[in-house]
Design a protein around this ligand. Structure first.
Ligand SMILES: [Zn+2]
Length: 420
């Protein structure tokens, strides 16, 4: 197999680190306490809605989390919010102000311009598809396109002018920005230093756009920015990031076991659910058998998108965000511990310059080098490090712990069958 022990080794070829599999386990362990607190809190809240059909100490039925693949739990945000009285629904505010998705894209472009990044080219506005069109069959998973002629860059997605659309436009415009920055390179060098870095830049920009200060500036948040508003905001972001992180880990574990032959075809589905139960604390809504193939519900598995890219991008986007905050002098760890979430990088040319420099390399240098060069001394220990992600969510983590303790909520879940 071209020198690879099995296909899982082939998928790891971008990662020169020989202990990458061990490291991924380590990252997963680091995120576990936060996930368990979030899971416990969500389960206790869902029990208030659905009653005893959800066990107090067992896995959560996967269909109750507001998303068909149970990867992003944002759909249950409204019924599980920490402080409903302090909540302002971004989707509702966008609707009331009659935003269209292209108006949101204009906001995203203004955000890029404020960082002194490039404006979106004419083709982007003229040829992108932002909403599902009825005159053709479309794959709705968003994608960004560089037509490699130095002029034509487009986005294709089926978005709505709501919170999800706001997040997606800010994320995907980050990809177009990456294309624009490395345009002067030879065509062979025109791609990001790694897929994960490409994705993480979009992720970092969308995290930045969700800062309450920025939403307030846009007239999309009217309340007071206080502890309650902060916890609500962190909670909603955590619902879209932390369960996804865990789900990507399960998808990776399953895929590697399949590729190495450890999981045999006759056990594909049962082994899938064992992993889901062990790492995500979820269970299927109805009994499953080997006639089903539930991993096929995960986009990355069915479409062959690199799962490792998404997993590492989740970590890296918080490192990039933290660095942008430091560069914008909006955040200093020694002055204000645990306030990473309140940084607002809008109009920081220094942050934009640093990001631009990183993107300008294209793939002319290894991604580890590019990232190390971008990160300042505060984050230099490793090119991948979940510290920034944990720091970002620390205020929420503390809040969840207290809340779960106060209400006597069981943290963790009983596992019915051990994974091999
Ligand atoms: Zn992306």
């Amino acid at each position: 197999m071209n020198g690879f022990a099995d296909a899982s080794e082939y998928y790891l070829r971008e990662y020169t680190d020989e202990c990458i599999k061990e490291k991924l386990k380590h990252y997963n362990r680091r995120l576990r306490p936060l996930y368990e607190q979030l899971h416990a809190y969500v389960r206790s809240k869902l029990r208030k809605t659905y009653g005893n059909c959800i066990s107090e100490t067992g896995p959560i039925p996967a269909h109750l989390l507001g998303d068909i693949s149970a990867q992003k739990w944002g759909g249950i945000g409204p019924i599980t919010l920490p402080y409903p009285e302090a909540f302002e629904d971004l989707s509702e505010n966008l609707k009331q102000q009659e935003y269209r998705i292209t108006d949101i894209a204009r906001l995203a472009e203004d955000f890029h311009r404020s960082l002194n990044l490039s404006k979106m080219p004419h083709s982007f506005w003229k040829k992108s598809i932002f909403t599902k069109s009825s005159d053709r069959t479309m794959t709705c998973h968003p994608s960004a396109w560089d037509f490699c002629d130095g002029q034509d860059f487009r986005l294709k997605a089926c978005l709505k002018a709501d919170r999800e659309g706001f997040e997606a436009v800010h994320h995907w415009m980050g990809h177009i920005q990456y294309f624009l920055q490395y345009q002067s390179l030879d065509v062979k060098m025109r791609s990001a230093a790694s897929d994960a870095l490409f994705d993480a830049v979009g992720g970092a920009l969308s995290i930045a756009a969700f800062s309450l200060k920025h939403l307030k500036r846009l007239g999309l948040f009217h309340g007071r920015i206080d502890r309650k508003a902060d916890i609500n905001n962190l909670y909603l972001l955590a619902l879209s990031k932390i369960p996804l992180f865990r789900s990507m880990y399960v998808a990776l574990s399953w895929k590697w076991r399949v590729l190495s032959g450890k999981i045999k075809p006759e056990n594909y589905n049962s082994q899938w659910w064992k992993l889901v139960e062990k790492y995500q604390g979820l269970k299927p809504p109805v009994p499953r058998s080997e006639k089903d193939l539930d991993p096929g519900n995960i986009y990355e598995i069915i479409c062959g998108d690199p799962i490792l890219k998404n997993f590492t991008a989740l970590i890296l986007q918080f490192q990039i965000f933290k660095e942008l905050c430091e560069k914008s002098r909006q955040y200093q760890i020694f002055d204000k511990p645990n306030h990473l979430h309140s940084c607002d990088i809008y109009q920081s040319v220094d942050a934009g310059e640093a990001l631009k420099t990183m993107m300008l390399y294209g793939r002319a240098r290894p991604w580890t080098e590019v990232v190390k060069h971008f990160l300042s001394y505060g984050q230099l220990s490793d090119e991948l490090n979940p510290d920034a992600m944990l720091e970002y969510f620390q205020p929420l983590h503390d809040w969840l712990k207290k809340e779960n303790e106060k209400n006597g909520v069981y943290v963790g879940w009983t596992v019915s069958i051990q994974v091999d």
